[in-house]
Design a protein around this ligand. Structure first.
Ligand code: GUN
Length: 279
């Protein structure tokens, strides 16, 4: 079994991006990422802080909007409209989840697709579906980078994705298809999940259930990617995969923490640089 080191791979990506940003800066191309957080969900605050830190590391600006929990949709949409028009802003990110009462759909739809570095706008999702170059949701894009940079060949393999969220499962399946995998998508209503998971050459788990996937779900030699993040009964971080049970069977596996997690922000930075290049 080989560990897939997301921390090292994300660091390598950020270092590549840092070089690229300084090249662009020398040509006078620069801009900032706008990060909007509504309310003060503690997990969101950590993510937002890390996103701003990553901007600083690669050398792009960040402007942040920390808005109160009771912000109206009108006010939020007004800020997005201003940021859409601001040529110094190359990316707009609204941290999810939004407080109850704000429509995620209306808010995400308001972001200019050419600044949608999260890849959540329906125009960008549609482009992904038909295989056009676009901003892709950061976590699934990070999984593809992890696989490629760990020497996993995807073409012709049976990839099983467990989870069908708009942010991870669905774009993950589309990206694996784009890489010429044969893709099966499973979800909470799937009959005989075990049998299907056991057929996977590459198993990508994004179901949101702590330590749910044990050795019974694994074909010996499979590559196992764990997108989950939770706290277990001892308050330690864990994923959707029961690592101790699965690791002996897997050929390669991502740990939690230090697997997929750090890749999300690295790919957000990659999307920001992609946006800079288009300016
Ligand atoms: N909340 C959980 N994941 C994400 C993400 O990738 N982007 C944003 N904006 N919010 C999130």
């Amino acid at each position: 079994m080989e560990l897939i080191d997301g921390k090292a791979i994300s660091q390598a990506i950020k270092d590549e991006l840092k070089d690229k940003v300084s090249e662009l800066k020398a040509k006078g191309i620069e801009g900032s990422l706008a990060v909007i957080q509504v309310g003060n969900d503690p997990a969101s605050s950590v993510y937002v802080k890390n996103k701003k830190k990553a901007c600083e590391y690669i050398g792009i600006g960040s402007v942040s909007y920390e808005l109160p929990e009771d912000t109206t949709e009108e006010k939020l949409l007004g800020i997005i409209k201003e940021l859409n028009a601001d040529t110094s802003v190359i990316g707009i990110l609204v941290q999810l989840p939004l407080p109850a009462g704000l429509s995620e759909d209306r808010v995400l739809n308001a972001i200019d697709p050419s600044k949608d570095v999260d890849g959540f706008h329906p125009v960008n999702v549609g482009k992904l579906v038909i295989g056009e170059d676009t901003f892709v949701s950061c976590t699934p894009a990070g999984v593809i980078e992890l696989l490629k940079r760990s020497g996993v060949s995807i073409q012709g393999k049976h990839a099983v994705v467990i989870g069908r969220s708009n942010i991870v499962g669905k774009p993950m399946a589309l990206l694996m298809l784009r890489e010429n995998a044969t893709v099966t998508v499973c979800h909470s209503k799937t009959a005989d999940l075990k049998a299907i998971a056991k057929e996977a050459d590459i198993l990508i788990v994004a179901m949101g259930k702590p330590k749910f996937i044990d050795a019974d779900y694994i074909k010996p030699g499979a590559v196992v990617i764990d997108v989950g993040i939770h706290r277990d009964s001892e308050n330690k971080l864990c994923g959707d995969v029961d690592f101790d049970s699965v690791a002996p069977l897997a050929s390669k596996i991502t740990p939690v923490p230090g697997g997929v997690g750090p890749m999300t922000i690295a790919m957000l930075m990659a999307n920001c640089v992609k946006s800079l290049l288009k300016r």
